[in-house]
Design a protein around this ligand. Sequence first.
Ligand code: KIV
Ligand code: ZN
Length: 513
Amino acid sequence: MSKAQKVAVFDTTLRDGEQAAGTRLGSRDKLTLARQLARLKVDIIEAGYPASSPEDFEAVERIAREIEGPIICGLSRAVPEDIEACGKALAKAKRPRIHTGIGVSDIHIQGKFRDEKYGKTLGEKKVKMVRMAIDAVKRARTHADDVEFYAEDSGRAEPPYLYEVLEAAIDAGATVVNIPDTTGYTVPEQYGALIRGIRENVPNIRKATISVHCHDDLGMAVANSLAGILNGARQVEGTINGIGERAGNASLEEIVMALRTRGDYFGVTTGVDARELFRTSRLVSDLLGIVVPPNKAVVGANAFSHSSGIHVDGFLKDRETYEIMRPEDVGLTQSRVVLTARTGRAGLRARLEKLGYSLAKEELDVTYQRFLTVADKKQEVFDEDLVAIMHDELHPVPEAWQLEYLQVSSGSSAIPTATIRLRVNGEARETAAIGNGPVDAVYKAIAALAENSAKLVRYDIHAVTSGTGALGEVTVQLEKGDRRVVGRGASTDVIEASAKAYLDGLNRLAYGG
Ligand code: KIV
Ligand code: ZN
């Protein structure tokens, strides 16, 4: 029996995922996530786009310096400034990779390179793109032996031109060629054929690995990626929870579990430790403030739940009647250690580490006090409670707006009324307001006190644990001018959690967090 070939897993949660999340992660959060991705054993972490901002540069640099194991990659356009920034940011990486490239579809070339300096006609521009691709790869090779070339919008490109660009990029030194379906336009048969066509028509293709990078605009990113693998791609790109531009990227957890569960069909393996998938998914959701839908494949809260009578009956008789994967395979085993108010620091630290948070001693001390406050209100503190607590610890912003007092009255025949006292830069302010519901009343009162013109663009509430003692977690998105921030609040009282989330958002707007 021949040994199954390995498909390298390229995670771009920190670049393509974060870039579209409506919020930016600081370098500390990115590092936390990169550590977890290393535990997940992805092969490549795309840590960011260093030329895009000083924060992104710093994040890539920190990850390159501190994370061992996976290859650390930075993105650049095919321009010298971007490539130099990547080279600098990755200088301390043990295994650096520069990911550079250019648009190859007529739509991209004509739309993005209108300036006559790129050529007057489409034909001239296409010649120029090939030149830019070659120069970019050569320059990148002066900083790293490992250079990945992306042919942006390959899904809508003319195949013969795509072959020509890829051949030139490989000749210039590209070790990996990435074939993005940037707009999620293709369907699996077509995308698979595109990869097959590349293997058959690019003369030097054996010198490079083909990578698939699919977007989910038509809901086919995972299917397209798998079709690419079936046709010879040996690297797959995607994000945890499928976050990313517009409808998102291919979900890595789905691809990994598809390749594993249907190894009989795909005949390839990955090096990913699937037991880390659930934990990674929750960390991404927490840090970026994007809730995982309960029915999400592999990592959704209901992915391994059975409720209808027929299903439960069958499942109890034989698990395999309704389950093709085991929850343990993705890290969903319920830990038997119960966290309560009597749990010590060591127990808390061990559980936090399992959840992906490594804390310094002082951080643990602060977190422990928060933990005790929650534990005093609840019989048992669940993992989800801890994640909610950690959010507050990981995202500290100076609290110009602090909640001092909150009282709400509402009922089936009462007008919801909220009385609020805030401490605003040390000064106490109090008011009352009525609203359509208790949360609306609270938000109206806070808005009046804050005299703020921030717009509430999103409000999500979710009980992070089951039972009436659950910790409620509220996520809001506030917008002011061209800035948008995420505010979060957690409490066993959902009205208080709502107020905290709103104030957290206001504090972030005030402090640029
Ligand atoms: O979707 C895309 O084309 C990309 C490239 C920049 C790799 O993300
Ligand atoms: Zn992309």
